[in-house]
Design a protein. Sequence first.
Length: 415
Amino acid sequence: MTRLALPQWAGTLALKAAVFIAVMCCALAALLGVLVHVSVTNQTVGQARDLALSRLTDATKAYEAGDSLLPGAGVDPPGLPMALRRLAVDGDRGTMVSEHHGHPTMWAAGPADRKRALAVEVDYSQQSRTIAGLDRAILWSSGLAITVTLLVGAFAVTRVTRRLHATAQVARRISGGDLDARVDDPRTKDPTHPQDEVAAVAAALDSMAASLQGKLLSEQRFTADVAHELRTPLTGLHAAAELLPPSRPTELVRDRVAALRTLTEDLLEISRLDTGRERLELDAEELGALATRVVRASGTDTEVVVLRDARVETDRRRLERVLGNLVANAHKHGRAPVSLTVDGAVVTVRDHGDGYPDYLLEHGPQRFRTEGGAKGHGLGLTIAVGQAEVLGARLEFANAVDGGAVAILTLGSGG
């Protein structure tokens, strides 16, 4: 069974509030209208009934005295409702409103003798017009009241929803990495002004963003400080390792020192990317030639396929860093064959290993996290993503249907 898809605006708070206000206004207007209509109608009908019964009493006295009846009174007059006539013949008195000669009439009837009824008629047109006019006034005033209430309610709700949309937009900016984004609701800055729920949410979001920004800045400073402090002793350690006599232990020491130097340089690069102050050095580059140089410099057996070459305006050093890290990661964590394909402004690096782990596909690369005991510190792809952002490019990760990891770099207008 196909479910009917509602439009996006159908679930908005403003629409729900408008529907709620409209329903409540209609219900209140209907209730008040019914109460006023019933009250006025009972009063008007009661007055007309009392007048008709009073005239019936006078007519009864005149009929019993043998006097002539006043106009509007008579025995079994034409137009007398049959139900009221039967009631009078049975010996009871009663009243009823019916149409007579094209206008509403209030009838009052009582027994004249065993088989006839004595009745009087009272023109009910004025009272009927009064009730009809009252009903029209109720409808017009209810419609006006509902319209005004809807406009005022929509204005008030729109102000609230506008603030909520602004808060949600700031939350999305923070989620996207803009930790300087703040709601700055004016109500949160005036202690004398009572805060509503929206202001409380905005204040909590700003506080969370400030706290998160502070923690991230502390982490970035710590990373940069550690990397800088490690640089000096590692330089000395590297020089000392070069003086050791050739042997297997010497090779192991030099290999570990080189790994430490690479890790330190990666940490320094990440700390620079975290500051967001990196500047591009743009130049025109042939993408196919640049990709070939990257593969050659990596010393790996990577196939370069140029489907459509493109000349792009980019920062050569940063683009080489991105592609170099993608190629290195494919050989380190994937399996051969590894290919690098250039198709216009899109560069794809693919291996035939087990593919990227689920957490990476869902959340992107994470520092110092690798899957399944794989070697490495998890900074290569993190740096690639950071440099791609500086280039204004989009770097996406996916797994091929027939196996293998696929990294797709799309160079935009900024790259």
